[in-house]
Write a protein that binds this ligand. Structure first.
Ligand code: SF4
Length: 395
């Protein structure tokens, strides 16, 4: 479908533009420069009002995104906004629709009616439905925030890293074929036309590739039957279970759509890895990445910047770069630098036990910049290196 743009003049100096795309509806009001974005099921996705950037999650939480600068470094911030403060902002868009929909072409009728149906009660009910289908979606890689999440597995089969609280609330579990079938049907019915906004499939939670090969293949086929429109699949992977698969296994998965997997390497420094209670070995990371690339699967490598604070910072960088030099990465792969500034009590306790002060965000950013410039200058000119701020994750 081509994008359809229609502008309505409200007065000599005011107008509102309605844009219908194949995956979303935008309403843009001038001269205020207010913008609302909805999916085709009518759910608000985000809005930009009074120069403030708001995002809505599928469980009906609202966040204000902002940036601040300290010593020429820019940081991002988010703050949850209570629903009663958000309601009037959504209502503004509904008023614009009600007052102007008769002046628009017929093609706008259904998408705008969908938006009007999504009043605050309906949005709240939609959140309840979402929470019945999914366990909390703790994290995705930044390039997968707009994916369609399928919780083929729940939790993390390792679940022991001190810095990570993502899946402490649930045991690791692989959905049976019947459970997966039910999950897929519910996901399909929940998203409705809003599914057009989703760009790929992400197999959650921490490590769906831990599923034994035959069950994984059958699961991928089932997902494909329900969602044939998605060609590319993504997932986290871990060294512990990933190594159980061969390059040929990965080749099979690649043929079934697995495009890229994301590996939490964290650091190339083995002392730091012990400190973080993540007992993976560099030789295993090297072996796994070679198997993946031989199987035709791209890789996202995640380093944990700031982990172990000043005590480990220098060796963390040096050993991580040394490890990277041995990985078969190319321009289709990504290196993520995840800045560890929002920690948990377990991690803080282990830092205190070693008398390591918790680093400030500026210190972590300094290490992150050093990491980035070393990678860019010396070894990985062609590979995308990006900061991964887990606090900016919304779903
Ligand atoms: S960092 Fe990854 S492997 Fe470690 S507990 Fe968290 S999800 Fe599991």
């Amino acid at each position: 479908m081509n994008t359809i743009i229609e502008k309505v003049q409200l007065s000599s100096s005011k107008n509102v533009t309605f844009t219908l795309k194949e995956n979303a509806v935008n309403i843009f009001e001038e001269p205020q420069n207010s913008l609302w974005t909805f999916d085709l099921a009518g759910r608000l996705v985000g809005m930009f009002i009074d120069y403030k950037n708001y995002r809505r999650t599928l469980n009906n939480k609202y966040y204000l995104k902002s940036r601040f600068t300290i010593e020429n470094e820019q940081f991002r911030d988010i703050k949850q906004i209570p629903i009663d403060k958000i309601k009037p902002l959504i209502e503004q868009s509904h008023i614009l629709i009600r007052n102007n929909q008769n002046r628009l072409s017929n093609v706008f009728h259904d998408p705008l009616e969908n938006i009007l149906k999504m009043d605050s009660t309906t949005l709240q009910n939609s959140a309840k439905e979402f929470n019945n289908i999914y366990l909390p979606i703790s994290i995705l890689p930044p390039d997968q925030y707009m994916s369609l999440v399928i919780q083929f597995t729940e939790g993390c089969n390792y679940n022991k890293c001190t810095f990570c609280n993502f899946y402490r609330d649930r045991p690791f579990k692989i959905k049976s074929a019947d459970e997966l079938e039910i999950h897929l049907s519910k996901v399909k019915s929940f998203f409705g036309e809003g599914i057009n906004l989703r760009k790929s499939i992400f197999l959650a939670d921490a490590n769906a590739l831990a599923v034994p090969q035959n069950r994984l293949i059958n699961g991928l086929k089932l997902i494909h039957n329900h969602f044939p429109q998605f060609k590319n699949y993504y997932s986290f992977i871990d060294v512990f279970t990933g190594l159980k698969k061969s390059a040929n296994d990965f080749k099979q998965l690649s043929k079934l759509g697995i495009k890229r997997v994301y590996l939490g390497v964290e650091s190339g420094n083995s002392d730091l890895m012990l400190f973080l209670n993540k007992h993976q070995l560099n030789k295993d990371i090297i072996e796994l990445t070679h198997k993946l690339k031989n199987g035709g699967i791209d890789i996202g490598i995640i380093f944990l910047i700031g982990a172990g604070g000043s005590k480990y910072a220098e060796q963390h960088l040096l050993d991580s770069v040394k490890l990277l030099e041995q990985l078969p990465l190319g321009k289709e792969d990504i290196i993520y630098l995840s800045e560890l500034y929002d920690t948990n009590s377990n991690y803080e306790k282990s830092m205190a036990e070693q008398n390591i002060p918790l680093p400030t965000r500026q210190e972590i950013r300094k290490w992150s910049n050093e990491f980035k410039s070393k990678l860019k200058k010396q070894y990985f000119k062609n590979i995308q290196v990006s900061v991964y701020d887990i606090n900016q994750f919304f779903y």
